[in-house]
Write a protein that binds this ligand. Structure first.
Ligand code: HEC
Length: 301
């Protein structure tokens, strides 16, 4: 009996130690996928980044926590050059895919104009997490990778808040906007305000929400089968974008960034876009959003 008990304990201890080893091996074993229009170009383990790009410490304005904070980072342009070859610079969009469904699509232009970095740890060795004050979430994991910008000296980047700062990145994909989101674009005869609103929506809302099934997967669909403009009264929709917490207690939707220039007008244009899309409902059943896509030539493979 005693022996049986001992064997049991032994097995338990063994299982425990295997479990611990798996936890310890965790961070290094995580892989990040790099894709070109859905096609896998390369997958890289976190500890392999050091072989293709120089590590440095970067201090940024941490928009999620509204304070200055330092991270260990790799320069994004160097990583992209190494993985995709220089041709990524002629692509249109880079899509960042997070574990939690957040999926911003950022124009390549922005990476050529400003300095972006892939952060993988806190500089001071503290946990690689943050309190996302904007979304009422505490102790959010940032790993494996977190996209940050050298924003301390740039008023333009500071104004954008946390819009282009996705965390928990597991894949990075080159794309074109039309290939990725054919059902989001307003019709050719839409008003200039609706077209402008589409660009605003894309910048401020699309990473979380879908329209006709296209966009980020972190928040509800806004157009199909019933548009939010059909069931939310206009004055409440406005107020929702301005200050969601004034309508729904403890909501995780962030208000449109307070620093947004011409904020009132931006809200009006976004609502105009949403109203326009009310007549453009439709959902695509296949995963083939990749029609007409052309890839980057990967000479370095
Ligand atoms: C960081 C992610 C995020 C961003 C960015 C975001 N939202 Fe949301 N949104 C949410 C979440 C999460 C909910 C659900 C919240 C809840 O029910 O409390 C939501 C809810 C909504 C709703 C209510 C839907 C319903 O039927 O209840 C509307 C309308 C909306 N968002 C519009 C927008 C617009 C327009 C923008 C851009 C200005 C935007 N959101 C930006 C996360 C986001």
């Amino acid at each position: 009996m005693l022996r049986l008990w001992r064997t049991g304990l032994c097995v338990l201890l063994m299982l425990l130690s295997i479990g611990m080893a798996a936890v310890q091996a965790g961070p290094a074993a995580i892989t990040i996928e790099f894709r070109d229009h859905h096609k896998l170009v390369r997958s890289l383990q976190l500890d392999e980044f050091a072989m293709i790009a120089p590590m440095r410490i970067l201090e940024i304005y941490e928009a999620h926590e509204k304070r200055t904070r330092a991270y260990k980072v790799y320069p994004a342009r160097v990583v992209f050059d190494q993985i995709f070859g220089k041709c990524w610079r002629t692509a249109e969009e880079i899509v960042f895919i997070s574990k939690d469904g957040y999926q911003p699509s950022i124009p390549v232009e922005k990476f050529l104009t400003f300095d972006a970095y892939l952060a993988f740890a806190s500089a001071d060795g503290s946990p690689f997490t943050l309190d996302n004050l904007l979304q009422n979430e505490e102790m959010v994991d940032l790993g494996p990778l977190y996209l940050v910008w050298d924003n301390l000296q740039s008023p333009t980047l500071r104004q954008e808040g946390a819009a282009d700062m996705p965390y928990q990145l597991i894949a990075i994909e080159l794309s074109t906007f039309a290939a990725r989101f054919p059902r989001l674009v307003p019709p050719a005869d839409a008003s200039p305000a609706a077209k402008q609103g589409f660009l605003r929506f894309r910048k401020h809302c699309l990473a979380c929400h879908t329209i006709n099934g296209e966009g980020g997967g972190k928040a509800p669909e806004l157009n199909y089968p019933v548009s939010v403009t059909e069931y939310i009264r206009p004055e409440y929709l406005r107020r929702w974008l301005d200050e969601p917490a004034s309508i729904r207690y403890n909501t995780t939707m962030p208000a449109l960034a307070a620093e947004t220039p011409q904020r009132e007008q931006v809200i009006t244009e976004i609502i105009t876009y949403l109203e326009t899309m009310r007549t453009q409902k439709g959902i695509q059943n296949t995963l083939d959003t990749n029609r007409g896509a052309h890839g980057c030539k990967h000479s370095n493979q």
